[in-house]
Ligand binder design. Structure first.
Ligand SMILES: C[S@@+](CC[C@H](N)C(=O)[O-])C[C@H]1O[C@@H](n2cnc3c(N)ncnc32)[C@H](O)[C@@H]1O
Length: 220
């Protein structure tokens, strides 16, 4: 990503929308993630924090630190910081956070989880999908960068391992699901060819590397 597309504001990395839809296989993978998240949502009203380029289809309202992300969406959205949610206690039944915790310094991540617990109603759920560190991710991204098909990674703060995510959410929530996601075909996601989307059925059946973790915490 070019430097002008992101900045560090109050220690959070905020950024302009990424062009995920230019990558048909990645786009299909993200749609699949959204469907999986939907399976874990309870009934009720949902907030998405750090929605970036587009909101989860079931989110009723979104929150973003980067103002242009809010201006450019047609969905109800507010500018704000997930570390201090401008929302009263007990407001939502579900909070979704996709691929964003690595944009927040480690020392602030617990505050986000605590804030989510505060604004969730009893029985409410926090559903996070986060990148998981690992050799396959490092090698793939390193190769893509060297080949010039991916801009330099701005992952200053680092992803969380599955165990770190469990520890983080487990401080405030009961963990009700914890699912590793990823396929060796992740490499093909950098393709912009329309044909790449036809790889998705194979991608889905070969979930043998952990590129992401989907974790669900419930208010007890
Ligand atoms: C890698 S993008 C992910 C966007 C989207 N969730 C997705 O999965 O496509 C991370 C997003 O988190 C936002 N962000 C970073 N820190 C934040 C914070 N403290 N509060 C709200 N949004 C934040 C950034 O502006 C950026 O849009």
């Amino acid at each position: 990503m070019a430097e002008a597309d992101w900045s560090v504001s109050s220690d959070a990395i905020v950024e302009r929308p990424r062009r995920i839809r230019n990558h048909p296989l990645l786009s299909a993978v993200y749609d699949h993630h959204d469907a999986l998240i939907g399976e874990h949502l309870p009934d009720g009203e949902f907030l998405e924090v750090a929605f970036g380029q587009y909101m989860h289809p079931e989110a009723d309202v979104g929150l973003e630190a980067w103002p242009s992300n809010v201006r450019e969406t047609d969905e109800p959205a507010i500018v704000g910081d997930a570390r201090s949610l401008p929302v009263p206690d007990d407001s939502f039944d579900g909070i979704i956070g996709r691929r964003f915790l690595h944009h927040v310094p480690e020392r602030d991540r617990h505050e986000i989880v605590r804030e989510c617990e505060r604004v969730l109603r009893p029985g409410g759920r926090l559903i996070l999908l986060e990148g998981t560190p690992g050799l396959y991710r490092r090698v793939t991204k390193g190769m893509a960068f060297r080949l010039g098909v991916m801009d330099e990674d701005n992952d200053l703060y680092g992803h969380l391992s599955r165990e770190e995510l469990r520890d983080l959410l487990g401080q405030e929530f009961e963990i009700v699901a914890d699912e590793p996601l990823g396929s060796p075909l992740m490499m093909a996601c950098i393709s912009e060819s329309e044909l790449s989307k036809y790889l998705f059925p194979v991608y889905e059946r070969t979930q043998v590397v952990t590129w992401w973790t989907l974790i669900v915490g419930e208010v007890t």
